[in-house]
Design a protein around this ligand. Structure first.
Ligand SMILES: [Fe+2]
Length: 139
């Protein structure tokens, strides 16, 4: 497959794997059950996208990366939950932006459709976490 596309998809996959791990860690820091359940749902989405991205790379003849992005360490370095969630959402916006920049030039229609769904889901999840943070007392 095209090396540039392979690397793009693998970078997204590494970011999703990192996001899934971050969210799993943050669930353990929540006092709010509602927030914890939301983070579990978003974590599952991240894991789903990581798996699907690997599947697309394989289908197109490439080699999926099994690495996890360095985002996990960046979030661990932030002291408070709110700051961690802000950083998480910044990372999620980065993923959305990367997809938006690229999706128009992707010839494989299944991959393009998947990426559009992935970007939409990110927008939804970013909004849900922002909304929950606004209605949850700071920790
Ligand atoms: Fe993500």
């Amino acid at each position: 497959m095209d090396a540039d596309l392979e690397s793009f998809l693998n970078i997204l996959g590494e970011a999703e794997r990192a996001g899934g791990r971050v969210l799993h860690e943050l669930m353990g820091l929540c006092d709010s059950l509602d927030l914890s359940e939301l983070l579990r749902k978003v974590s599952h989405d991240e894991g789903y996208f990581a798996g699907e991205l690997a599947g697309h790379v394989r289908r197109l003849g490439g080699t999926p990366s099994s690495k996890t992005g360095d985002f996990v360490e960046k979030v661990r370095a932030v002291a408070d939950l709110r700051g961690k969630l802000d950083l998480l959402n910044r990372g999620q916006r980065w993923v959305m932006r990367k997809i938006d920049e690229r999706v128009g030039s992707i010839a494989d229609e299944r991959l393009a459709a998947f990426l559009r769904v992935m970007a939409e889901a990110h927008e939804t999840n970013i909004g849900a976490v922002d909304k929950m943070m606004a209605s949850t007392p700071p920790q």
